[in-house]
Design a protein around this ligand. Structure first.
Ligand code: SF4
Length: 217
């Protein structure tokens, strides 16, 4: 039996997550001309704590570890007591083989509600596995919009960044973590299948700069 590296971040109210290194595992972060999409230009997971060796090391470990034949069995065992689980606090589901394994873990842990944010919906070969995940009662896949100014496609995207809480478009659910020192507290909207699109107010200096440049045009 192996031990996948599970993270606990204070933001998520004790809810655990499994992550990979940002950008290295995010093919959906690249725009066709070869530049990062706006949401990834300001990505929190490339700054601050995320650059510390003790944060990078488990993500590097996980990138190799998921390829073990018994990884799915070990993940199912890991999640025995979890009622909520977040995939990819950083990074993304960069190969179909990993996506298939995550789907297996989701299927075998029906007691646990999974939230999976991703940009892999941009790649046609991932659509079937993402649809299979979304069809499960305990899974909410949130395809991320690339916008940082509130643009999203209804029926496609499950989340979008907005410059401020006042900019959340009609029909979206505003993330109010900013009212709670950046923490989720008792909110579980991201895991809730009935919540279509979450609007996350931008935070951090890096994202602020991206938005200032974009909105100045
Ligand atoms: S919408 Fe709720 S669950 Fe999602 S990140 Fe914000 S506070 Fe956390």
């Amino acid at each position: 039996m192996g031990t996948p590296k599970i993270s606990v971040t204070s933001k998520l109210d004790g809810i655990r997550s499994w992550s990979l290194q940002a950008l290295d595992t995010c093919p959906g972060s690249i725009d066709s001309p070869g530049t990062l999409v706006p949401a990834c230009q300001g990505c929190y997971a490339t700054t601050g704590n995320y650059n510390y060796p003790n944060v990078k090391a488990p993500r590097a470990f996980n990138r190799e570890d998921w390829q073990r034949p018994d990884w799915s069995d070990d993940m199912v065992r890991e999640l025995e007591r979890d009622r909520y689980f977040r995939w990819f606090d950083s990074g993304d589901m960069y190969t179909l083989a990993l996506a298939e394994k995550i789907l297996e873990v989701m299927r075998r842990t029906p007691w646990c509600k999974h939230w999976l944010p991703t940009r892999m919906h941009k790649f046609p070969k991932f659509r079937a596995v993402l649809a299979d995940m979304q069809a499960l009662d305990n899974v909410k896949v949130r395809a991320s919009s690339d916008s940082v100014t509130g643009q999203y496609i209804a029926g496609v995207h499950g989340s979008v960044i907005v410059p401020t809480s006042d900019d959340a478009p009609a029909g979206t659910t505003l993330c109010r973590a900013y009212e709670n020192d950046g923490k989720c507290n008792s909110c579980r909207a991201c895991y809730d299948k009935s919540v279509d699109v979450i609007a996350y107010p931008a935070h951090g200096k890096k994202m602020g700069k991206v938005i200032r440049i974009l909105t100045a045009k």
